[in-house]
Design a protein around this ligand. Structure first.
Ligand code: F3S
Length: 428
């Protein structure tokens, strides 16, 4: 791979051990994908295992062993660096009914890690939706992990970013470059499969859960090919865009989608496909939507322990809607209603009285925390959680998968989730 003089010096250790290990890692990744060179990035987005996924015990130590050598003698990240959600908002642990013993066990590694990354300049947004808070321009190259931000930035912002891993996202923040392969190259960004949405589906409008269900089904069909959606409303708001992105990253291994007339590289179908014919075509109608709902609803009966909203993190509009839906009502005492937002949106919502409104009705708004698959997927069995209701296909999928089927899920719209939080039952 062709390296600049500066990159070669990094490789030779002139910029320290952390930078040397980081560039070595990126070179190896680049070689696997036949990258010709490195491309400078505008920013990176970190996913740190012991902050988000494995927060205690041996697993947390393995996480730090994987990441710390990359930042060993690094003073500052060289590009703006955002960071994914944490596994728990410590300030809300009691309200979330997380046992003290669990919190005490995780705290030391967790807090030390936060300090390590913030101390090197990571922006403490703690969110998988940095695209709601920061500007990413068309054609800008980015680094970073977290499939939601990858899909959203490639698809709706026209930026260029690959699905990187936790360690490589860190290596990019340390070096400011990433190998030029995959979605950094124009020829790999064209659509391959036409996903036709049956007009019957959109006639009465689509709910947040419907966008999830469409995306979840499409992912199972396209697997590793970029879909081009035809027939979706061209006035999709930020929440709809977010929910169309996220399940594709779960049921498929891709980092990009197109929506005709909405995404910047798909003003027409011909542009989206680069003038070529689709390799495949699929239609999504009521039957296909229903199959997604059936897969994601694994709970039997009406019981609900937790209602988890904000996967990916809530937009300000969603937070407002939740406050409005709860107005004058009370969450059922047997249920925890967990609503998650980035630290930035949380602070805004607090200043606007939205946090107080939701919490006044008995909900718990968390700041910078992943509201489900991290804590309930990895630790649901230990915490004794049996049933989680959610409007997120990603959350439903991973809670079940990561808990080995121990935690079951109800999947439906935000409205339906709120109704279940109020009544304590998931009613059909
Ligand atoms: Fe974000 Fe956690 Fe969902 S990282 S996409 S809230 S699983």
């Amino acid at each position: 791979m062709k390296l600049t003089e500066k990159q070669q010096k990094m490789r030779d250790g002139e910029y320290g051990r952390g930078a040397q290990r980081s560039i070595e890692m990126l070179i190896k990744v680049g070689e696997v994908f036949d990258a010709a060179d490195m491309v400078p990035v505008g920013s990176s987005h970190l996913v740190i295992p012991e902050i988000m996924l494995f927060c205690k015990g041996q697993e947390a130590e393995w996480g730090t062993e994987l990441t710390r050598p990359l930042i060993e003698d690094v003073e500052r990240f060289v590009v703006p660096t955002t960071i994914n959600p944490t596994i728990l908002d410590l300030g809300k642990a009691d309200a979330l009914r997380i046992p003290r013993a669990f919190v005490e066990e995780m705290k030391p590694i967790f807090q030390k890690s936060l300090a390590e990354y913030e101390g090197r300049g990571a922006i403490p947004n703690y969110s998988c939706t940095p695209f709601f808070d920061f500007f990413f321009r068309r054609g800008e190259h980015l680094g970073g992990a977290e499939s939601v931000q990858v899909l959203f930035n490639n698809s709706f912002n026209g930026a260029r970013v690959n699905r990187e891993t936790g360690p490589t996202s860190l290596a990019v923040a340390v070096t400011g470059v990433t190998p030029r392969y995959g979605l950094h190259l124009s020829e790999n960004r064209y659509g391959e499969v036409l996903v036709d949405i049956d007009p019957e589906l959109t006639r009465d409008g689509l709910s947040d859960a419907d966008y999830n269900a469409i995306s979840y089904y499409a992912g199972r069909v396209v697997v590793d090919k970029i879909p081009v959606f035809k027939g979706l409303p061209t006035d999709m708001d930020e929440t709809a865009c977010k929910y169309l992105c996220v399940p594709l990253a779960v049921s498929a291994g891709i980092g990009m989608l197109h929506v005709e007339g909405v995404t910047p590289e798909a003003t027409t179908l011909a542009e989206a496909f680069g003038g070529k014919k689709p390799k495949e075509q699929v239609t999504i109608g009521k039957k296909e939507l229903q199959s997604s709902y059936e897969r994601l609803n694994t709970a039997r009966g009406e019981d609900v322990d937790y209602v988890a909203l904000g996967c990916p993190h809530c937009s300000l509009n969603e937070l407002r809607e939740i406050a409005i839906m709860l107005h004058g009502k009370k969450v059922h005492p047997d249920v925890v209603l967990l609503v998650a937002a980035s630290t930035i949106k949380y602070d805004l919502a607090r200043r606007m009285g939205i946090v107080e409104a939701i919490e006044g009705s008995g909900g718990v708004v968390v700041s910078g925390m992943c509201p489900g698959s991290s804590i309930f997927g990895r630790y649901g069995r230990e915490l004794g959680v049996r049933t989680v209701a959610t409007n997120s296909a990603k959350n439903a999928h991973y809670i079940g998968a990561h808990s080995g089927g121990f935690v079951r899920t109800h999947f439906g719209s935000m409205r339906r989730c709120i109704e279940s939080a109020l009544s304590g039952r998931w009613r059909s």
